[in-house]
Every structure is written in C-alpha cells, then in structure tokens.
Design a protein around this ligand. Structure first.
Ligand code: NAD
Length: 486
C-alpha cells in the first residue's frame, strides 16, 4: 500500500533538488504516491495572496504531509513568507533539525576528530514570527513577542519525547530569561514543569549567548536543545555551520495533524537552473519524512547509500575535496542510486527512529482547537501603562500625567525605551519621542476595564496615546515587568 503525500517542488533550485530526491526514492521503490501542489513565487505573482492555490491548501490539509522545496517570498509586496505562514497556519509547532558529522564533509571539527550529533528543537509558531509590528511614532517601531504557556508546553513536551526516543540522556533549554523575564521566563518555567514528567532525562538550561559560545567551542557537550523561535532559528543555522553548512541541514516541521519536511536552505537564486545544487539537505529531510511515515527500512537504505557516497569523497561543488572534480545535482543523485544497498565504513544510518511514526490523514477537525492552560486562575487589574508620543522633558511630562489622575490611580513612573526617567533618572539618558506612563491603582481600589480606558482617554486630551497595556496579576504572579526600584 502506498502512502499519498503532497509535494511542492518550490522555486529556484527547488525543482532540481526535488527531482533528484524523488528519483532516489523511486530507485529504492519507496511506497509513496505524490500529489504535486501549486505553491510558491509564481502563485504569489498570479495573485494568490498566500502563495498557494485553494486546491493546494485542501490537498495538504487532506493528506497531512507536505514535502517541499524552498520557496521565495516576493519582497516588498506586503505578503508574508509562505514558509512561515504554512508552519503557523497548520500548527507545525516543533521544528526539528538533526545535525550530525558526515564522513566526507570536512569541517574544523571533523579535522579535530570531534564528532557532532545533536538535535535542535525550535518552537515554530510563536515569538516575533507573528509579525505583529507597529510604528508607534514616526521614529519608534515596536514588535510583539508572543510566548504562550500552551505553545511552549507542546514544543517542550515534543522535545522531551524526541530526546527519549533517540536515546539521548539530556535536553537543554536555551533562553534569555535573565533579560526577558516574562516571555523567556514563561518558556523556561514551562520547561522545568514538563521536565518533572521525564526523570530519566537530565534537564538543564543555558543562556543563549553562552550556548552559542559553547556550541562553537565544545559542540560535543550537547545532545538536544529546545529554544524559542527566533533564538532557535539563529542557533540552528549556527549548528548547520558546525556540520558543513546549509547544504547538510534537514528540517522537519511537526504538528499533531500536518507536518512539513523541507531543507533549511533557501532557493539559492545565484545557482538556480544550473543543475549544480547540493540535494543532500532535502534528501536528509526526505529521509526524516520516511521515518515519520514508518518507512524505516527505506530510510535506512537511502541514508546508508548517501553516507557511503559522501564517504567515498563524491561531492557537489559547494563542499568536499577541491582536487576531486565535483558532480552536478543529477550525477550526485545517480551516485547515491548506484550505492543503494551499500553501507558506510563509519557511522551508518540511525538505528533509532527519528520520530514517533504517524500519519494523520484520517484526522480532520471540524473546528479550531483552543487551549487555556489554567482556566480558573484569578486575575486582577493592577494598573495601566499608557504609551504616549511626546517631546516634553520628563518632569514636564510627569506634570501632564499627574494632571490627568483621578482618585482610582496613582502615578508610579515614566520610562523611555524601557529606561526610567521619572521620578528618578539621568539627564544623560537619550530620549525618543515615545514615553510610557505607568499608573497603578490607588490603595483600596478595585479597577475594571473601563477605569483603564477612561484614564487613557483623559491622557489623550493632552497627548497622543500610541498604545495602552493593562497591568495584570494572575494568581499570585505579577504579569508585567517592574520599573527600576519598584
Ligand atoms: P539561500 O539558502 O537560498 O542561499 C544562501 C547561499 O547558500 C547561496 O550562496 C546559495 O547558493 C547557497 N546554497 C543554498 N542552498 C544550497 C544548496 N542546496 N546547494 C548549494 N548551495 C546552496 O539563502 P538566501 O539567498 O538568503 O535566500 C534566497 C531565497 O530563499 C529568499 O527568497 C528566501 O526568502 C528564500 N528562503 C526560503 C526558505 C524556505 O523555503 N524554507 C528558507 C530560507 C530562505
């Protein structure tokens, strides 16, 4: 029985490398059937705002698996990246990237005899990738960074499950919770909460800058690392560099219902159409997909053929021994096909499955899933941050802010770019034309939403209000960052 999957060849080098990979699959009689879908730059150009046709969307949602080549997002047309949109819309919340030293791919580490085998799990939906950005004033752009408890929990649980399945002993959480105490703090808190369910795995955390330093000096220290979206994006490209570059970096975007397998690299417009691109990253992504679909024997045979080919020094133009002539994309695929059934001397295909094997083609939800992690938690409004546009000096602005007070609030502080400028501050602090005025509830007062909007409306009589943020308390936890000295 053949499993049907959706395939999008992509733009630039996409069709060349996808054809090479599908030829290798065919030679190994992989029991897959392909439904080619219309996605990519030409569909943006043809007026499809999401970069794909309705038929493509329906096919992918129906089949549950998309194997895709890289795709180009047209620049400056107000369209969002098709790659990011696809991951978000279909809730492929865990981005798994497996990095491993490949014999035949020389790196500074292979030359030093250091073997790398590590997996990065990157949260794939949240963070700054929501693209929620606003110009608050002509000079001040603000982006929202969204980290949620359910979103963190699902990717962190996935990471622990993956680590266990792969036989790893440890999982680290990379973060910057020392600075972003609420967003990264929530991710880290969730990590240790879920770690309690996996006592067999050693859970630890590391600040992301320290992580980067250690990865480039001692990559063998790590087995698996889970990170938020942007930090994970950067750290996983760093790891691609450790094992030989983007040409060797596979990626699986895993969701509960739909999963997307693709290479990490882009469309490589500089070499597109010349049949010289390296198909290895897409092939490794395809091998991951075969394991995900339970086709582990095919995955192992193809992976061993690839490893054998690399070990023999066969290479495309972007890597390998320059004194040995390089192969073009199709010749490289031909060599792998010729080596099907052979085993590398060193390494060899992973014996553990990369993924919990599943197909979701039978799962079709009738409505959106909504997750609230603590529905009964008590919440209280403690005040409001009113963001205003102004070029007044802090003391003058404080006078205006005081003049708008009513008996429900007290004025706590004023900051500019997060630095407090009133009631204390330094005249050396350089200011831009946006301030945050923090009002908190007066003693004994219970605030409601309307009180918050009323004081913001009163402030708007004197100043341009750019934005209003509630200051909340959830259970016994303060839900906002405190000002200096508060
Ligand atoms: P890129 O990854 O396409 O290229 C960076 C460099 O690496 C280039 O010099 C390229 O020739 C080389 N390279 C990449 N893949 C290679 C391969 N398989 N074999 C040999 N050399 C390879 O990055 P870019 O130039 O920043 O982006 C080009 C386009 O790709 C952009 O439109 C971008 O939005 C898109 N992109 C798409 C995805 C995706 O579909 N998931 C990911 C990244 C970038």
């Amino acid at each position: 029985m053949k499993t049907k999957i959706a395939v999008a060849k992509g733009d630039g080098i996409g069709p060349e490398i996808m054809d090479a990979v599908l030829r290798i699959f065919e030679a190994n009689e992989v029991p897959l059937e392909y439904e080619f879908v219309e996605m990519g730059k030409s569909y943006f150009d043809a007026g499809h705002s999401t970069g794909m046709t309705e038929a493509a969307k329906a096919t992918i949602e129906n089949l549950g698996i998309l194997f895709k080549g890289p795709m180009e997002t047209p620049k400056g047309k107000g369209v969002k990246s098709i790659n990011v949109t696809a991951r978000k819309v279909w809730n492929t919340y865990a981005n798994q990237r497996d990095f491993r030293s490949l014999n035949g791919v020389q790196t500074v580490f292979s030359k030093a005899g250091v073997s790398i085998n590590l997996t990065i799990i990157r949260e794939n939906i949240e963070d700054t990738y929501g693209g929620i950005e606003h110009m608050m004033t002509n000079d001040v752009a603000v982006g929202r960074r969204i980290i949620t408890r359910p979103g963190s929990a699902q990717v962190i649980r996935y990471a622990f499950e993956m680590a266990r399945r792969k036989g790893y002993k440890k999982l680290a959480c990379g973060h910057k919770a020392n600075i972003m105490k609420l967003t990264d703090g929530l991710f880290l808190e969730t990590f240790y909460e879920i770690a309690k369910e996996y006592p067999d795995l050693q859970a630890s955390d590391i600040i992301v800058d320290d992580l980067c330093m250690k990865l480039v000096s001692h990559p063998e220290m790590f087995q698996s690392i889970v990170l938020t979206n942007l930090q994970g994006d950067i750290v996983s490209d760093l790891c691609a560099g450790l094992v030989g570059g983007l040409g060797f970096a596979p990626s699986a975007n895993i969701g509960d219902n739909i999963s997307i397998f693709e290479a990490v690299h882009g469309t490589a417009p500089d070499i597109a159409g010349r049949n010289i691109a390296n198909p290895t990253a897409l092939l490794l992504s395809g091998i991951s997909m075969l394991r995900y679909l339970g086709l582990t024997a095919n995955a192992a045979t193809i992976e061993n053929a690839l490893l054998y080919t690399l070990e023999k020094g066969v290479h495309t133009g972007d890597f390998g021994d320059r004194s040995v002539p390089s192969k073009n994309t199709s010749e490289f695929a031909d060599c792998i096909i010729a080596n099907l059934g052979k085993h590398p001397v060193q390494g060899g295909a992973f014996s553990q499955p990369n993924f919990e094997c599943k197909t979701n083609a039978d799962f079709h939800p009738s409505e959106n899933k909504i997750t609230v992690s603590q529905p009964d938690i008590e919440e209280e409004i403690l005040g409001v941050d009113v963001f205003v546009e102004s070029t007044l000096q802090p003391a003058q602005l404080a006078e205006v802010a005081q003049s708008k007070l009513n008996d429900k609030f007290k004025l706590i502080m004023i900051s500019n770019r997060g630095t407090q400028v009133w009631p204390t501050g330094s005249v050396y602090t350089e200011l831009v034309n946006q301030f945050r005025i923090r009002y908190e509830k007066a003693d004994g007062i219970e605030l409601n939403q309307k009180d918050v909007f009323n004081i913001a409306a009163d402030v708007s009589d004197a100043l341009k209000v750019c934005s209003v943020e509630f200051l909340m308390k959830f259970g016994d936890k303060i839900g906002y960052s405190l000002a200096q000295g508060q």
